[in-house]
Structures are given as C-alpha cells and as structure tokens.
Design a protein around this ligand. Structure first.
Ligand code: SF4
Length: 328
C-alpha cells in the first residue's frame, strides 16, 4: 500500500463514531461454532497446541514477552483517551506504571515473573523503548481512532462465527476503514508476510461481512523493530480468506470428531508451554475432556498476539509476544 493512501486515511479521520454507528458489528458470545484468528493460527501451527488450548483449556504460565505486549497495548489504547496535543512520548511513559498495576491487579501471577526489581525495571524499560518507537512510526496527535480494542463478530453463511479483537479501527469521513494492529515483535521476513497478514485479512472478512465495506487498509505496526506493513485487500482476497477459514474449520471439526490432534513440530515448540505433555518431547496428552465442555469458545484476550507466533522458523520472529490477541 502506498504512503499516499495511508496519509489519505489518516488525514481524513472522522473521529470516534457514535455508539450506534457500529451496530453492524454485532457483539456478544456466539452460540454455534466460532473461531478467532489466534485459535486459527494455533491450529495451523500445531493441531495439538489447539487442542491443549481450546479443548483441554490447560493453563499456561505468563511469559514476560506476552505480558509486555499486553502492557504496551494497554498504554497505546489509553493514550488516545488524552486530548490530541497531549499524546506525547512522555505521556505514554507515564501510563506505563498505572497500566502495569492494573494488569497485576487483574492477574496477580504476573508479578511473579521477575526474580527481583532490577529484572522488572529492565522489562519495563523495554516496554518504554517500544512506546518511544511507536512515535517514530505514527503521529497520534493526528489520529482519532473510531474504535480501540474493538470486539467484533460475524456469522458466515457456513454457520461459523468469526470473532476477535481489533486493536484499532480508524474510519475516515469518506467511510474508508483502516484496521490497525500493534505487534511487539519484529516484522517477519518477506516470505512469511502472508502468515502475518492472515490475522488482518481475517478481521477484514469480519468487518466486510458485518458492515458491507471492504477495509481500505490493513496496517501492522511492528514495535519490535520499528516497521509498518500495509496492505490493501480486495474482494478476491477476502473471498479466498473466507474459503481458507471455512476449510480450516472443517479440518478442526474433523480432528474434533476423530480425536486425532496431531503435533506439528516446528521452531514454535521452543516457546510451547505444553512440551511435557507432547509426544514429540516424550510426553502423553491427558485424556480428552467431556465433549460437552469442549465446544465452548475460548475467550480471546484483547491484547492481540498472546498466542504463539504463527510465522515459520524466522530468526526475526520473537518468542510469544503480546499483541498482541488479537485476540490475539
Ligand atoms: S511442543 Fe510443539 S508439537 Fe508439541 S504441542 Fe507444542 S507446538 Fe505442538
């Protein structure tokens, strides 16, 4: 996507929509089968990982990388509560401590990630550097997001509900949509960009089906190395993505019926919390739980990339990073 188009969307911001302007994007818990981009990425990466997370619902210990992503997302969300001129790097840094306190209040186990204060301070400093980097990529004083941490769902004709959280949705006065996702990892190499874009196209399908508008721009902001990836989808793109999502769901459904959740070894195993239960590492998965409890959707966390990275063995891919989420 060209910078010109990005500029166009940015300078034509209409500001936050009125509450009823988002009615086409239904919210609430779906009653039938549902899929989020994070869980779709899990299944594509490793069906057994998907099983452990969605069917068994096994707990995972918090990771500093994922928690840092959640913190950075929280700060960037709150930053836009400030009046435009006050959205400065200093203001973002000021938000770090209260947002960290809020996260720890909600999940006290986060405080146990660090051996001592020095480790925690170093971790916070890295988050602060990512925020500083954000200001080299965007000027938040010129942006009025229409939605932040937006919960979206839509029901496909196939009967599958798609759901997730969009970090930021910008709506221009002309009605053009820009979906923005913050990543605290580094941008993937060119050969892995398609995987990185899958999550964004997933969201684009949701908005297209819910609002009837194809988003003009999908924008990934990589705070790990200070790069922006932009993509302008078309209808053929989104139809292909919808077909892929439906095919993926059929594969999940087959695995669910057969109980055949195969492990898929990759570099991602390095960050998998379930190695001890995985046959690849000599473990034995627990018995499958009662099916009556297995088809409930797993809530996605609003901060996008908490799931294992869905990219391949790219040395620039960071360990499990937050926001990501969407739903990550
Ligand atoms: S260790 Fe690797 S193969 Fe095993 S469940 Fe985790 S991601 Fe899958």
């Amino acid at each position: 996507m060209s910078d010109t188009l990005a500029e166009h969307v940015e300078t034509e911001q209409a500001g936050p929509e009125q509450p009823d302007a988002g009615q086409a994007v239904a919210e609430g818990a779906p009653s039938g089968p549902s899929l989020s981009p994070s869980r779709a990425a899990d299944f594509m990466a490793c069906p057994l990982l998907y099983r452990f997370r969605v069917i068994d619902r096994l707990p995972e210990p918090p990771s500093p990388a994922a928690a840092r992503g959640t913190l950075v997302h929280a700060v960037l969300e709150r930053l836009f509560d400030e009046p435009a001129p006050a959205r400065t790097p200093a203001a973002a840094r000021t938000l770090l401590a209260p947002q960290w306190d809020r996260l720890v209040e909600a999940a006290p186990e986060l405080a146990d990630m660090f051996d001592d204060d020095a480790q925690r301070h170093a971790w916070i400093d890295e988050a602060a550097l990512m925020l500083d980097r954000y200001f080299t990529l965007e000027d938040p004083t010129r942006i009025e997001p229409s939605y932040r941490e937006m919960s979206v769902t839509t029901l496909l004709e196939s009967g599958l509900t798609l759901r997730g959280y969009i970090d930021r949705l910008d709506v221009a006065r002309t009605g053009e949509l820009r979906i923005v996702d913050y990543k605290t990892g580094a941008a993937p190499r060119e050969e892995y960009e398609a995987r990185a874009l899958f999550q964004m196209k997933f969201y684009a399908v949701v908005l297209w089906r819910a609002r009837g508008t194809i988003p003009r721009v999908l924008q990934l902001i990589y705070l790990g190395n200070g790069e922006i990836m932009r993509y302008a989808p078309d209808e053929a793109d989104l139809l292909a993505t919808e077909r892929k999502i439906n095919a993926l769901w059929q594969a999940i459904d087959r695995a669910s019926s057969s109980g055949d959740w195969r492990p898929r070894q990759s570099r991602l195993c390095e960050w998998c919390a379930f190695q001890a239960l995985c046959p690849v590492f000599g473990g034995t998965p627990p018995p499958l739980p009662d099916p009556a409890h297995a088809d409930q959707p797993l809530p996605d966390l609003p901060a996008g990339d908490l799931a294992l990275p869905s990219a391949g063995p790219d040395p620039r891919v960071s360990p499990p990073t937050a926001t990501g989420s969407g739903d990550s």
